[in-house]
Design a protein around this ligand. Structure first.
Ligand code: BES
Ligand code: MN
Ligand code: ZN
Length: 500
């Protein structure tokens, strides 16, 4: 797909389909009146009959009946002006792209960058629209034979129309940024969607190394031997149940000055979570191939950061393992010695994410990071708390959490803070070891974070529980069923925002 910036009057464009955003209550705008004339009064007729009210999400497709210029117009309702945000603009761009792809239209022109979004720059609007289009064009269809009829087609040439007064250079730069970010999101989606039989820890490591080579950043792997030598006892404990070797993936991107301490990103990389001996129920166990979505987000963000050439130093650490039941697997009651030296009583082998993250969080301390952010599909309790609309954020530094919350709002990847008061730590105090890996059912997301906190005590740290956000179950407008790539955009927004 090619995204291109166009400039000039709406009525003078040549396109199979012009997409125009319409505000509720502004159906008699001068441009709309002119267009209505071109369309032989069919637009005003649809308005008069209340077929089209410009309610958010509503669309109206009209043919001009003329061979030249604009062949069709897709009017899309934006709702009330006060409700429009960059996020809703991105969603609109996504859903109209999907709609037109389903109508087998692969070339169209979006006038959406001109939608009035409060306090937004042209670059932000163009980026939002361009991201929306590209993410709508994503599909994981490599294992499908013939595509069923009526499937959306791949988008081809998409134009973004800016106003005469706008800067083409600014808009083009924003398209390039959107392309780098969307590529990171799609890379993350591909990793999450990959089936478990293909997706061993080694596969994840190889994908990370290949990506690092592609974008020119450095990569290093610690294999089982290295992990044993260095004492990654918690991570190795989880890996014991699987035939597949664990890997610690470490990537470094240096876009900042030489002496600048890095920002560290840590991602849970459980390629398949069967639960171990504390086996999960069969229903929906297939979805547990997504238990490396934190890792995918971190890898996608590294790719995007390199693509954007962000002026910052980054280190990414991904513990990659498989959590399986077997004769060699961890038993409930086992005690592990973690890399930090702290001992852990494993009460439930299905609480494996915090075990591998404990060692990864200890390891990343060696880089003397100024900030550490981990992302993990850590607890089912997070889905109970926040559903599929926001990820939980917890940490040991309010300033960092505030920045992340803001990045969440701006990117549309919403975060919501949960408290991490010290009272919660009493739930995970060990009986036979320093700490236990579950704190019972109450406040499951918080006690999981309280567990991680014990291993993140040497730096500024935040944890994102993305359990409810990593996987789209049904598939909706602009978001196909499967991996969402959640986390890439909020991380990039945070990294870019911190630089402004
Ligand atoms: N990977 C799961 C959490 C999860 C569940 C993510 C559903 C996405 C969707 C995690 O490893 C897990 O099993 N957590 C347990 C912890 C419990 C045993 C303390 C859980 O949430 O039930
Ligand atoms: Mn689990
Ligand atoms: Zn898990």
């Amino acid at each position: 797909m090619i995204l291109k910036i166009f400039k000039g009057e709406v009525l003078k464009q040549k396109t199979p389909c012009l997409v125009l955003g319409v505000l509720e209550g502004k159906l008699k705008d001068s441009l709309l009146l002119l267009l209505d004339k071109e369309l032989g009064g069919t637009f005003s007729a649809a308005v008069r009959s209340h077929e089209f009210t410009a309610r958010k999400g509503q669309t109206l497709l009209l043919h001009s009946g003329q061979g030249q210029g604009v062949k069709r117009v897709l009017f899309c309702g934006l709702g009330k002006e006060k409700d429009i945000s960059l996020h809703s603009l991105r969603q609109t761009a996504s859903s109209v792209s999907r709609l037109l792809a389903e109508k087998q239209l692969a070339n169209f022109l979006l006038a959406l960058p001109q939608v009035p979004v409060k306090k937004s720059s042209l670059a932000e609007r163009v980026q939002a629209v361009a991201e929306g289009v590209q993410l709508a064009n994503y599909r994981y269809d490599r294992y499908l034979g013939e595509k069923p009829a009526g499937q959306p087609i791949d988008l081809d040439k998409i134009g973004l129309l800016i106003a005469a007064k706008d800067s083409s250079a600014e808009a083009e730069e924003a398209v390039a940024a959107a392309e780098a970010i969307a590529a990171g999101v799609c890379f993350a989606r591909d990793l999450v969607n990959a089936p478990g039989n293909l997706k061993s820890p080694e596969y994840l490591a190889m994908q990370a190394v290949a990506m690092a080579e592609r974008v020119g950043i450095s990569a290093k792997l610690l294999n089982r031997d290295a992990l044993e030598r260095q004492g990654f006892g918690a991570m190795l404990g989880v890996a014991r149940g699987s035939e597949r070797d664990p890997y610690l993936i470490v990537l470094e991107y240096r876009g900042g000055s030489k002496g600048q301490k890095p920002i560290a990103l840590v991602g849970k990389g459980v390629v398949f979570d069967a639960g171990g001996i504390s086996l999960k129920p069969a229903e929906k166990m297939d979805e547990m191939k997504m238990d490396m979505a934190g890792a995918a987000a971190v890898l996608g963000a590294m790719q995007a950061a390199a693509g954007l050439q962000l002026p910052v130093n980054l280190v990414a650490v991904v513990p990659a393992v498989e959590n399986m039941p077997s004769g060699t697997a961890l038993r409930p009651g086992d005690i592990l010695r973690s890399l930090s030296g702290k001992t852990i009583e494993v009460l439930n082998t299905d609480a494996e994410g915090r075990l591998i993250l404990a060692d990864a969080l200890t390891y990343v301390g060696r880089y003397q990071p100024r900030v550490v952010i981990d992302l993990a599909t850590l607890t089912g309790a997070c889905i109970i708390a926040l559903g599929n609309h926001a990820a939980a954020v917890l940490g040991n530094h309010d300033g960092l959490i505030r920045q992340l919350l803001k990045a969440g709002e701006r990117s549309g990847e919403k975060l919501w803070q949960l408290p991490l008061w010290e009272e919660y730590a009493t739930q995970i105090k060990g009986d036979f070891a320093d700490i236990k890996n579950t704190g019972g059912r109450p406040a499951g997301t918080i006690t999981a974070a309280a567990f991680l906190q014990k291993f993140a005590d040497k730096y500024t740290w935040a944890h994102l529980d993305i359990a409810g956000m990593a996987w789209e179950e049904r598939g909706c407008a602009g978001q196909p069923k499967g991996g969402t790539g959640f986390g890439v955009r909020v991380l990039i927004e945070y990294l870019r925002g911190g630089l402004k």
